[in-house]
Design a protein around this ligand. Structure first.
Ligand SMILES: [Zn+2]
Length: 263
């Protein structure tokens, strides 16, 4: 057996073991980057329209051709926008977040989306380090139940980042921040309970998806359809027909597809 063949075989064996163990190197998916972000932003006190923009550009970091992690040559982009470079990538994107007092423009929402996306993906890379992690891109997406406690920690960090954004870009008072925190308390209890239950099961357990659905139904309550379907459809419509206003002009949220309302 040639040295080359031995290298290829051992590399393949390693990758096979890593994947078989469920150590996935990709980031989260639409239910997390888009729906959960919009719900979390509303809980943090953003208007529905601002919350939609926050979720939209968070998810677009995976979907836009200049930031997608899936292009094979995107080593730099994976390192930065999908946090394969670790905390330093997240800090770098955070430092680039700009906003004017009380308004966030569309390009600024894009910058915030990049920062939030990296912050989330950072919790999804649990094996292999930057180099081998990048080789595993495409192996499979990360599901919240693969590492439920990491996921809940990520949600808590994200909520803090959203509160910080409200202080910085929306001049939120300390009273408004306190009110938002108390709104989040009940959700935190639900998340913690889900994590302790989900922790009991393996990543492959067939009840994972149902337990996750129960969690988000409890979190979104009466607005479940709005977050899990209406906004997702609105986002996909926007991707199909990009809006015409200039780069800093307002982009209205499209009318929901099935008679619901986006406030
Ligand atoms: Zn990503």
């Amino acid at each position: 057996m040639s040295l080359f063949t031995r290298l290829v075989l051992s590399c393949g064996l390693f990758l096979g073991i890593a994947i078989a163990l469920g150590k996935i190197a990709n980031g989260y998916e639409e239910p997390v980057h888009l729906s959960l972000t919009i719900w979390l932003a509303v809980t943090a006190g953003f208007s529905d329209n601002d919350a939609f923009q926050l979720g939209r550009f968070d998810q677009a970091t995976d979907d836009d051709s200049d930031t997608t992690p899936m292009a094979p040559h995107h080593f730099k982009e994976r390192g930065l926008y999908h946090a394969f470079d670790g905390p330093q990538a997240v800090r770098k994107l955070e430092a680039q977040v700009k906003c004017d007092s009380e308004t966030i423009t569309i390009p600024q929402f894009r910058g915030v989306g990049h920062y939030h996306h990296a912050l989330e993906d950072q919790f999804a890379h649990r094996c292999c380090g930057a180099v081998l992690g990048q080789l595993l891109v495409g192996a499979g997406p990360d599901k919240p139940w693969y590492a439920p406690r990491d996921f809940v920690e990520m949600v808590n960090r994200k909520f803090e980042a959203l509160l910080e954004l409200r202080r910085k870009c929306k001049a939120a008072s300390s009273t408004e921040i306190t009110v938002a925190r108390s709104r989040f308390e009940q959700a935190k209890a639900l998340l913690d309970r889900w994590a302790s239950e989900a922790f009991e099961f393996s990543a492959e357990d067939e009840g994972n998806q149902a337990r996750w659905q129960d969690l988000i139904r409890s979190l979104y309550g009466a607005d479940y359809v709005k977050y899990a379907e209406t906004y997702v459809n609105a986002y996909r419509d926007l991707r199909r027909t990009p809006p015409t206003p200039g780069p800093s002009g307002p982009v209205p949220v499209p009318a929901p597809p099935s008679g619901g309302t986006i406030r």
